[in-house]
Design a protein around this ligand. Structure first.
Ligand SMILES: [Zn+2]
Length: 395
């Protein structure tokens, strides 16, 4: 794929053209053969019809609606330490195999790339406590798995994107750019991104608590970045890597969360801050477990989507293995119309840990329970089958 990036201050405006025919269901192979065509032209109904019948929400796709799929943390395997790599079988091609049709069943698919894409080198971070030290360096060629799965936008603002210093950050950006995947989250280098598709401009920004990334604790900067995106784009998507980690921290307290001596932000307040500044969809992750969902000013919030595809080194027992995908349908202004949680759980199969579709709907039950407990006034209902609708039918 070929990408032209125009830099306007720190705002990236990208027009994507296809140098080759893509088999991605989102792009529509028939109309993506032109060399250097200015933008991807994909109508919402085309994107949905390629994989029709997979989710009941397909019927909601019309020219007046937009669709999104979001997932949490992605870490596809480790090539570090050099003498002890922890890589999945078959170059990771199995990782997204089971969930790929779901991931491709929306116009925009977004996730959080935990760690760096880098083959060798980089300065590994030093840890004061080796017991809690994890450094995530994934082979560059594994980006192919992300492309094949259908990811359009990936946040790189998280606590592992600085694990290999500037070399890691720079190479990750280069690899994603060459692969045609949009990305955002590093301070001063890729603070935001705009992807144009089907005549709609989708703005994207990503925030975390970590040095080198846009911070969830810096509200002024967050407002600035999001309102600039909002002025430029039709829809603004925000990734937030925020909150304390682990199974004990699955609730929205509406307070600032502290974890291992760090301020890990206030997810409830941060989501509202960016929505007030113009964000239309807010997708959270970082706690490694699913959390509640919410709606504010008609805009959808997932506070944490947990671990999605962490092929090694991350605890996936119990709810830590829950790998929900959330599909959201909005109008062209970003107002929530309806959604759906699709349940997957990370398990080992074929020698690989990966998200597998879960017919017991465990993710749905968990997110429904947490939402009803933590945000009882949220104007959404999560149904047992995973559908998300507006309370009172939106009246
Ligand atoms: Zn993280």
């Amino acid at each position: 794929m070929f990408r032209v990036v125009l830099t306007i201050s720190t705002l990236f405006v990208a027009s994507i053209a296809f140098a080759s025919v893509s088999t991605d269901a989102k792009t529509g192979s028939a109309d993506s053969t032109a060399q250097n065509a200015p933008v991807v032209s994909t109508s919402p109904d085309t994107a949905a019809s390629k994989v029709s019948g997979l989710t009941p929400l397909d019927g909601a796709q019309t020219d007046s609606t937009l669709s999104f799929i979001a997932v949490g943390d992605i870490m596809m395997g480790l090539n570090y330490p050099d003498d002890q790599p922890l890589l999945p079988p078959e170059e990771g091609v199995l990782i997204f195999k089971d969930v790929k049709p779901i991931l491709q069943n929306a116009i925009i698919t977004v996730g959080n790339l935990e760690g760096v894409l880098l083959d060798f080198g980089g300065l590994p971070k030093s840890c004061s406590n080796p017991k809690f030290c994890y450094t995530f360096r994934t082979p560059e060629r594994y980006v192919k798995n992300l492309v094949d799965a259908g990811f359009d936008l990936l946040g790189v603002a998280n606590n592992h994107s600085g694990d290999f210093g500037d070399t890691g950050r720079e190479t990750t950006q280069k690899v994603l750019k060459e692969a045609g995947i949009g990305y955002a989250g590093f301070e001063n280098s890729c603070e935001s991104f705009i992807l144009e598709r089907g005549g709609v401009k989708y703005g994207f920004a990503a925030f975390s608590v970590n040095r080198g990334t846009l911070r969830v604790t810096d509200f002024e900067k967050a407002r600035q970045v999001v309102s600039a995106l909002s002025a430029e784009a039709d829809i603004v998507i925000v990734n937030m890597h925020i909150g304390a980690e682990g199974q004990k921290f699955n609730h929205i307290t509406r307070q600032t969360e502290n974890f291992i001596g760090e301020n890990r932000g206030n997810p409830y307040l941060f989501a509202r801050t960016v929505i007030d500044a113009g964000a239309d969809l807010v997708f959270g992750h970082g706690p490694h477990v699913p959390r509640a969902m919410d709606l504010y000013k008609g805009r959808f919030i997932a506070y944490s989507l947990g671990n999605f595809a962490t092929s090694t080194s991350v605890n996936i027992t119990g709810v830590s293995g829950y790998a929900p995908m959330v599909k959201v349908v909005t109008d062209r202004e970003g107002n929530f119309i309806e959604g759906e949680i699709i349940s997957a759980i990370q398990r080992g199969q074929d020698g690989a840990r990966r998200p597998l579709l879960d017919s017991t709907n465990a993710c749905v039950k968990e997110i429904k329970r947490l939402t009803e407990k933590d945000i009882p006034e949220a104007p959404i209902i999560i149904h047992n089958d995973g559908k998300i609708t507006l309370k009172g039918g939106g009246k």
